[in-house]
Design a protein around this ligand. Sequence first.
Ligand SMILES: Nc1ncnc2c1ncn2[C@@H]1O[C@H](COP(=O)(O)OP(=O)(O)OP(=O)(O)O)[C@@H](O)[C@H]1O
Ligand SMILES: [Mg+2]
Length: 271
Amino acid sequence: MIEISDLTKEFKSGKNKKLTVLKNINLEIEDGDIYGIIGMSGAGKSTLIRCINLLEKPTRGKIIIDGMDITAKTGRELSAIRKNIGMIFQNFNLLMQKNVRKNIAFGLEIIRTKDFIVPGMSVKEYRQLSYFKKRKVKKAEIAKRVDELLALVDLKEKEFYYPAKLSGGQRQRVAIARALATRPSILLCDEATSALDSMTTDSILRLLKKINEETKVTIIVITHEMNVVQKICNKVAVLDKAEVVAMGDTNEVFTNNTSEIVRNLVGGGNV
Ligand SMILES: Nc1ncnc2c1ncn2[C@@H]1O[C@H](COP(=O)(O)OP(=O)(O)OP(=O)(O)O)[C@@H](O)[C@H]1O
Ligand SMILES: [Mg+2]
């Protein structure tokens, strides 16, 4: 479970001035949820997701994953936490000079198994574990995992293509496979379908739902599109000007809520 508790993020804006981008955010995301966070441009969505994977340090508040406050972690523990969190983006962020297989394998090639030290484990305990050898993940192991992932995202026939020769939807499939390579328990999606047409959006959403059902990975979906939340999210939080203005089961939030921002979302199709 991910518990976000009283999270506030401020950025400096000029001398002695600060901009509050997230204000006292409280959210509970259960294991296996597909949790939507919807709001207008500038509401603070990307900043919130960047706090969850610790690319931004919260100014105040806690982010607790499975009972552990991750905001206080550093060094090896922090990198272990990051490996448990995959992320995909609007613009895919693929390595253009590597083919599909190499893009998917990348996360596995750069890690060493010692990075998977379990939080709380002492160095002595870690050294005693024979399977935590200080070696890279074996090539054959990587190849096997890449094959599994190619099948999962249905891209086997494009395995040697470079990203420049793929469609947007195919690029996002590669990005999804790459994000899942290390078997994270959380997948963060920041506007993952915003650059895609509606049919391709639907196919990516179906894929995310299938992955969620098969692997039980918790998915957090950041979007400004109502359609995305309604199609796949079981829960949703509406973010407006740095604050959560509504949250709960997707259907309830959009049928029972009378706040202006929610009415705009429902009425306009998207923000
Ligand atoms: N590193 C930073 N320094 C200063 N201000 C920042 C920084 N990152 C984000 N902001 C500000 O925080 C606010 C929220 O930005 P954020 O990117 O989280 O919004 P968003 O909801 O993701 O918007 P969009 O839908 O356009 O992606 C914006 O006003 C932005 O200018
Ligand atoms: Mg954003």
